[in-house]
Write a protein that binds this ligand. Structure first.
Ligand SMILES: Cc1cc2nc3c(=O)[nH]c(=O)nc-3n(C[C@H](O)[C@H](O)[C@H](O)COP(=O)(O)OP(=O)(O)OC[C@H]3O[C@@H](n4cnc5c(N)ncnc54)[C@H](O)[C@@H]3O)c2cc1C
Ligand code: FES
Length: 269
Protein backbone atom coordinates (compact mmCIF):
# COMPACT_ATOMS: atom_id res chain seq x y z
CA UNK A 1 0.00 0.00 0.00
CA UNK A 2 1.26 3.47 -0.95
CA UNK A 3 2.32 5.85 1.84
CA UNK A 4 4.49 8.93 2.37
CA UNK A 5 7.43 8.11 4.58
CA UNK A 6 10.35 10.08 5.89
CA UNK A 7 13.55 8.30 4.97
CA UNK A 8 17.24 8.95 5.66
CA UNK A 9 19.74 9.20 2.85
CA UNK A 10 22.32 6.44 3.40
CA UNK A 11 24.42 7.33 0.35
CA UNK A 12 24.19 9.56 -2.71
CA UNK A 13 27.13 9.17 -5.05
CA UNK A 14 27.98 9.67 -8.72
CA UNK A 15 28.34 6.35 -10.57
CA UNK A 16 28.78 7.84 -14.08
CA UNK A 17 28.69 11.34 -15.57
CA UNK A 18 25.50 13.04 -14.22
CA UNK A 19 24.23 9.68 -12.96
CA UNK A 20 23.76 9.24 -9.20
CA UNK A 21 22.90 6.31 -6.98
CA UNK A 22 20.91 7.22 -3.86
CA UNK A 23 20.08 4.79 -1.08
CA UNK A 24 17.27 5.66 1.30
CA UNK A 25 16.69 3.89 4.58
CA UNK A 26 13.51 3.71 6.60
CA UNK A 27 12.03 0.98 8.80
CA UNK A 28 8.69 1.83 7.15
CA UNK A 29 9.78 0.75 3.65
CA UNK A 30 7.85 -2.29 2.59
CA UNK A 31 8.25 -4.30 -0.58
CA UNK A 32 7.70 -3.08 -4.14
CA UNK A 33 7.12 -4.65 -7.53
CA UNK A 34 9.67 -4.11 -10.31
CA UNK A 35 8.57 -1.16 -12.47
CA UNK A 36 6.96 0.67 -9.55
CA UNK A 37 8.30 4.13 -8.77
CA UNK A 38 8.53 6.63 -5.94
CA UNK A 39 7.78 10.34 -5.77
CA UNK A 40 10.53 12.31 -4.09
CA UNK A 41 9.55 15.54 -2.33
CA UNK A 42 12.41 18.02 -2.27
CA UNK A 43 13.21 20.09 0.81
CA UNK A 44 13.33 23.27 -1.33
CA UNK A 45 9.71 24.46 -1.20
CA UNK A 46 10.08 26.33 -4.52
CA UNK A 47 9.93 22.85 -6.10
CA UNK A 48 6.52 21.71 -4.95
CA UNK A 49 6.01 18.98 -7.51
CA UNK A 50 7.49 15.62 -6.59
CA UNK A 51 10.05 13.97 -8.90
CA UNK A 52 9.20 10.42 -9.99
CA UNK A 53 12.10 7.92 -9.93
CA UNK A 54 11.91 4.15 -10.56
CA UNK A 55 12.81 1.69 -7.83
CA UNK A 56 16.13 0.12 -8.83
CA UNK A 57 16.35 -2.22 -5.85
CA UNK A 58 14.66 -2.67 -2.50
CA UNK A 59 15.59 -4.78 0.48
CA UNK A 60 14.48 -4.80 4.08
CA UNK A 61 14.52 -1.10 5.06
CA UNK A 62 16.71 0.12 2.17
CA UNK A 63 15.76 1.37 -1.28
CA UNK A 64 18.16 2.12 -4.16
CA UNK A 65 17.34 4.74 -6.77
CA UNK A 66 19.51 5.70 -9.76
CA UNK A 67 18.83 9.03 -11.43
CA UNK A 68 20.24 11.38 -14.02
CA UNK A 69 20.71 15.08 -13.31
CA UNK A 70 18.68 16.78 -16.06
CA UNK A 71 17.19 19.88 -14.40
CA UNK A 72 16.56 21.82 -11.20
CA UNK A 73 14.94 18.98 -9.22
CA UNK A 74 17.48 16.28 -9.95
CA UNK A 75 20.31 18.83 -9.43
CA UNK A 76 18.89 19.55 -5.94
CA UNK A 77 18.63 15.81 -5.34
CA UNK A 78 22.31 15.33 -6.18
CA UNK A 79 23.22 17.72 -3.31
CA UNK A 80 21.61 15.52 -0.63
CA UNK A 81 24.13 14.16 1.87
CA UNK A 82 24.29 11.08 4.04
CA UNK A 83 21.87 11.36 7.02
CA UNK A 84 19.68 14.01 5.29
CA UNK A 85 15.94 13.46 5.63
CA UNK A 86 13.90 12.93 2.48
CA UNK A 87 10.14 12.47 2.00
CA UNK A 88 9.18 9.65 -0.31
CA UNK A 89 5.80 8.50 -1.53
CA UNK A 90 6.10 4.76 -2.22
CA UNK A 91 5.41 2.40 -3.92
CA UNK A 92 3.55 4.01 -6.86
CA UNK A 93 2.26 2.67 -10.16
CA UNK A 94 1.35 -0.83 -11.25
CA UNK A 95 4.76 -2.37 -11.99
CA UNK A 96 5.48 -5.14 -14.53
CA UNK A 97 2.96 -7.99 -14.64
CA UNK A 98 5.17 -10.81 -13.36
CA UNK A 99 3.59 -11.95 -10.13
CA UNK A 100 0.26 -12.20 -8.42
CA UNK A 101 -2.35 -11.37 -10.98
CA UNK A 102 -3.04 -13.81 -13.81
CA UNK A 103 -4.40 -11.79 -16.70
CA UNK A 104 -6.70 -13.24 -19.34
CA UNK A 105 -4.09 -12.91 -22.10
CA UNK A 106 -0.95 -13.34 -20.03
CA UNK A 107 0.51 -15.90 -17.68
CA UNK A 108 2.93 -15.01 -14.90
CA UNK A 109 4.66 -18.41 -14.79
CA UNK A 110 8.30 -17.70 -15.65
CA UNK A 111 9.92 -21.03 -14.70
CA UNK A 112 12.34 -21.95 -17.51
CA UNK A 113 11.06 -19.09 -19.67
CA UNK A 114 13.50 -16.98 -21.75
CA UNK A 115 12.96 -13.29 -21.10
CA UNK A 116 14.81 -10.21 -22.37
CA UNK A 117 14.97 -6.96 -20.41
CA UNK A 118 15.58 -3.96 -22.64
CA UNK A 119 16.69 -0.71 -21.00
CA UNK A 120 17.68 2.61 -22.50
CA UNK A 121 19.59 5.27 -20.50
CA UNK A 122 17.65 6.20 -17.36
CA UNK A 123 15.29 3.33 -18.21
CA UNK A 124 17.99 0.85 -17.10
CA UNK A 125 17.55 1.23 -13.26
CA UNK A 126 14.18 -0.61 -12.96
CA UNK A 127 15.69 -3.53 -14.92
CA UNK A 128 17.85 -4.46 -11.91
CA UNK A 129 14.93 -5.27 -9.58
CA UNK A 130 13.07 -6.86 -12.49
CA UNK A 131 16.04 -9.13 -13.30
CA UNK A 132 16.32 -10.10 -9.63
CA UNK A 133 12.63 -11.05 -9.34
CA UNK A 134 12.50 -12.91 -12.68
CA UNK A 135 15.65 -14.87 -11.78
CA UNK A 136 14.06 -15.79 -8.41
CA UNK A 137 11.07 -17.09 -10.37
CA UNK A 138 13.34 -19.37 -12.43
CA UNK A 139 13.46 -17.39 -15.69
CA UNK A 140 16.47 -17.34 -18.01
CA UNK A 141 17.17 -13.60 -18.04
CA UNK A 142 19.07 -11.65 -20.72
CA UNK A 143 19.56 -7.89 -20.49
CA UNK A 144 20.05 -5.62 -23.50
CA UNK A 145 20.95 -2.11 -22.40
CA UNK A 146 21.70 1.00 -24.40
CA UNK A 147 23.44 4.27 -23.47
CA UNK A 148 24.66 7.39 -25.30
CA UNK A 149 28.31 6.56 -24.43
CA UNK A 150 28.88 5.61 -20.78
CA UNK A 151 27.33 2.44 -19.29
CA UNK A 152 26.16 2.00 -15.68
CA UNK A 153 24.55 -0.74 -13.51
CA UNK A 154 26.25 -3.47 -15.60
CA UNK A 155 27.72 -5.34 -12.59
CA UNK A 156 24.35 -5.24 -10.81
CA UNK A 157 22.62 -6.70 -13.88
CA UNK A 158 25.30 -9.38 -14.28
CA UNK A 159 24.41 -10.57 -10.77
CA UNK A 160 20.91 -11.57 -11.95
CA UNK A 161 21.23 -12.14 -15.72
CA UNK A 162 22.73 -14.97 -17.73
CA UNK A 163 24.04 -12.43 -20.24
CA UNK A 164 24.21 -8.66 -20.51
CA UNK A 165 24.55 -7.03 -23.95
CA UNK A 166 25.54 -3.37 -24.21
CA UNK A 167 24.89 -0.93 -27.07
CA UNK A 168 26.13 2.65 -27.26
CA UNK A 169 25.06 5.34 -29.73
CA UNK A 170 28.69 6.25 -30.44
CA UNK A 171 30.13 2.73 -30.25
CA UNK A 172 32.29 3.65 -27.22
CA UNK A 173 31.35 0.36 -25.48
CA UNK A 174 29.87 -2.81 -26.94
CA UNK A 175 27.68 -2.69 -30.02
CA UNK A 176 27.60 0.53 -32.10
CA UNK A 177 23.90 1.31 -32.48
CA UNK A 178 20.63 1.06 -30.62
CA UNK A 179 19.17 -1.80 -28.57
CA UNK A 180 16.75 -2.98 -31.26
CA UNK A 181 19.53 -3.13 -33.86
CA UNK A 182 21.58 -5.14 -31.34
CA UNK A 183 18.67 -7.55 -30.70
CA UNK A 184 18.23 -8.08 -34.44
CA UNK A 185 21.96 -8.33 -35.25
CA UNK A 186 22.74 -10.81 -32.46
CA UNK A 187 19.35 -12.54 -32.70
CA UNK A 188 18.65 -12.11 -28.99
CA UNK A 189 15.41 -14.03 -28.99
CA UNK A 190 13.16 -14.43 -25.96
CA UNK A 191 9.59 -15.47 -25.26
CA UNK A 192 8.81 -12.16 -23.58
CA UNK A 193 10.37 -8.67 -23.61
CA UNK A 194 10.24 -6.03 -20.85
CA UNK A 195 11.36 -2.50 -21.58
CA UNK A 196 11.93 0.95 -20.12
CA UNK A 197 13.55 3.90 -21.85
CA UNK A 198 12.86 6.66 -24.36
CA UNK A 199 9.47 6.49 -26.09
CA UNK A 200 10.99 6.03 -29.57
CA UNK A 201 12.84 2.95 -28.31
CA UNK A 202 9.72 1.53 -26.63
CA UNK A 203 7.66 2.11 -29.75
CA UNK A 204 10.21 0.46 -32.09
CA UNK A 205 10.63 -2.55 -29.78
CA UNK A 206 6.90 -2.91 -29.24
CA UNK A 207 6.17 -2.81 -32.99
CA UNK A 208 8.94 -5.38 -33.67
CA UNK A 209 7.53 -7.66 -30.92
CA UNK A 210 4.06 -7.37 -32.43
CA UNK A 211 5.45 -8.44 -35.84
CA UNK A 212 7.11 -11.43 -34.16
CA UNK A 213 3.94 -12.15 -32.11
CA UNK A 214 5.90 -11.87 -28.89
CA UNK A 215 4.66 -10.35 -25.65
CA UNK A 216 6.18 -7.02 -24.66
CA UNK A 217 5.61 -4.89 -21.56
CA UNK A 218 6.76 -1.26 -21.63
CA UNK A 219 7.14 1.29 -18.85
CA UNK A 220 6.23 4.79 -20.04
CA UNK A 221 8.18 7.49 -18.21
CA UNK A 222 5.93 10.39 -19.21
CA UNK A 223 6.61 13.78 -17.69
CA UNK A 224 4.48 14.05 -14.54
CA UNK A 225 2.88 16.87 -12.57
CA UNK A 226 1.12 15.87 -9.36
CA UNK A 227 2.14 12.19 -9.61
CA UNK A 228 -1.13 10.80 -8.22
CA UNK A 229 -3.84 11.20 -10.84
CA UNK A 230 -5.14 14.73 -10.19
CA UNK A 231 -3.61 16.95 -12.90
CA UNK A 232 -3.91 14.93 -16.16
CA UNK A 233 -0.32 16.01 -16.82
CA UNK A 234 0.90 12.52 -17.68
CA UNK A 235 -1.77 11.09 -20.00
CA UNK A 236 -1.02 8.73 -22.87
CA UNK A 237 -3.28 7.09 -25.45
CA UNK A 238 -4.29 3.52 -24.69
CA UNK A 239 -6.46 1.16 -26.76
CA UNK A 240 -9.35 -0.19 -24.71
CA UNK A 241 -11.70 -2.97 -25.85
CA UNK A 242 -15.31 -1.93 -25.23
CA UNK A 243 -18.65 -3.36 -26.39
CA UNK A 244 -18.54 -0.88 -29.27
CA UNK A 245 -15.09 -2.09 -30.40
CA UNK A 246 -11.59 -0.77 -29.74
CA UNK A 247 -11.58 2.76 -28.36
CA UNK A 248 -8.59 5.02 -27.76
CA UNK A 249 -8.72 6.48 -24.26
CA UNK A 250 -6.46 8.93 -22.42
CA UNK A 251 -4.99 7.22 -19.36
CA UNK A 252 -2.84 8.77 -16.65
CA UNK A 253 0.53 7.03 -16.57
CA UNK A 254 0.92 7.71 -12.83
CA UNK A 255 -2.39 6.01 -12.02
CA UNK A 256 -2.92 3.34 -14.71
CA UNK A 257 0.78 2.73 -15.53
CA UNK A 258 3.60 3.25 -15.90
CA UNK A 259 3.62 -0.31 -17.31
CA UNK A 260 1.40 -1.27 -20.26
CA UNK A 261 1.47 -4.10 -22.78
CA UNK A 262 3.05 -2.77 -25.99
CA UNK A 263 0.01 -3.62 -28.10
CA UNK A 264 -2.26 -1.60 -25.78
CA UNK A 265 -0.43 1.65 -26.49
CA UNK A 266 -1.74 3.74 -29.40
CA UNK A 267 1.78 4.78 -30.47
CA UNK A 268 0.69 6.72 -33.55
CA UNK A 269 -2.54 8.29 -32.26
C1 LIG B 1 7.50 6.65 -13.81
C2 LIG B 1 8.80 7.41 -13.99
C3 LIG B 1 9.99 6.82 -13.58
C4 LIG B 1 11.20 7.51 -13.74
N1 LIG B 1 12.35 6.89 -13.34
C5 LIG B 1 13.52 7.55 -13.45
C6 LIG B 1 14.74 6.93 -12.98
O1 LIG B 1 14.74 5.81 -12.46
N2 LIG B 1 15.88 7.64 -13.12
C7 LIG B 1 15.89 8.90 -13.70
O2 LIG B 1 16.96 9.47 -13.82
N3 LIG B 1 14.77 9.49 -14.13
C8 LIG B 1 13.59 8.84 -14.03
N4 LIG B 1 12.44 9.46 -14.45
C9 LIG B 1 12.53 10.82 -15.04
C10 LIG B 1 12.61 11.85 -13.90
O3 LIG B 1 11.39 11.86 -13.21
C11 LIG B 1 12.90 13.25 -14.47
O4 LIG B 1 14.16 13.24 -15.09
C12 LIG B 1 12.90 14.28 -13.36
O5 LIG B 1 11.59 14.42 -12.82
C13 LIG B 1 13.37 15.60 -13.92
O6 LIG B 1 13.26 16.56 -12.89
P1 LIG B 1 14.12 17.91 -12.93
O7 LIG B 1 13.47 18.89 -12.02
O8 LIG B 1 15.56 17.62 -12.71
O9 LIG B 1 14.01 18.34 -14.45
P2 LIG B 1 13.08 19.45 -15.09
O10 LIG B 1 13.69 20.79 -14.83
O11 LIG B 1 11.65 19.22 -14.72
O12 LIG B 1 13.28 19.05 -16.62
C14 LIG B 1 14.60 19.07 -17.21
C15 LIG B 1 14.56 18.32 -18.53
O13 LIG B 1 14.22 16.95 -18.34
C16 LIG B 1 13.08 16.60 -19.11
N5 LIG B 1 12.25 15.67 -18.35
C17 LIG B 1 11.61 15.88 -17.19
N6 LIG B 1 10.90 14.79 -16.83
C18 LIG B 1 11.11 13.88 -17.79
C19 LIG B 1 10.65 12.54 -18.01
N7 LIG B 1 9.80 11.94 -17.21
N8 LIG B 1 11.09 11.90 -19.11
C20 LIG B 1 11.93 12.51 -19.97
N9 LIG B 1 12.39 13.75 -19.83
C21 LIG B 1 11.98 14.43 -18.76
C22 LIG B 1 12.36 17.94 -19.32
O14 LIG B 1 11.52 17.90 -20.47
C23 LIG B 1 13.50 18.88 -19.49
O15 LIG B 1 14.05 18.83 -20.79
C24 LIG B 1 11.22 8.81 -14.33
C25 LIG B 1 10.02 9.40 -14.73
C26 LIG B 1 8.82 8.71 -14.57
C27 LIG B 1 7.56 9.35 -14.99
S1 FES C 1 0.98 13.34 -12.91
FE1 FES C 1 -0.88 14.31 -12.42
S2 FES C 1 -2.28 12.94 -13.32
FE2 FES C 1 -0.43 11.88 -13.58
Amino acid sequence: MKKIICGKVACNEAIARDIYKMQIQSPELGQAKPGQFVNLYLADKSMLLPRPISICDIEEGCMTLVYKVVGKGTKALSAYKEQDDIRVSTPLGNGYFIEGEELEHHTCDYRGKKVALVGGGIGVPPMVLLAKRLQEQGAEVTAVVGFPEEAFLIQELKGFCQSVHIATDRGTIGFHGNVLELIQEKEILAQEYFACGPKVMLRALSQWCQQQQLSCQVSLEERMGCGYGACVGCTCKIKVVTEAGVEIQQKGVCKHGPVFFGEEVAWDA
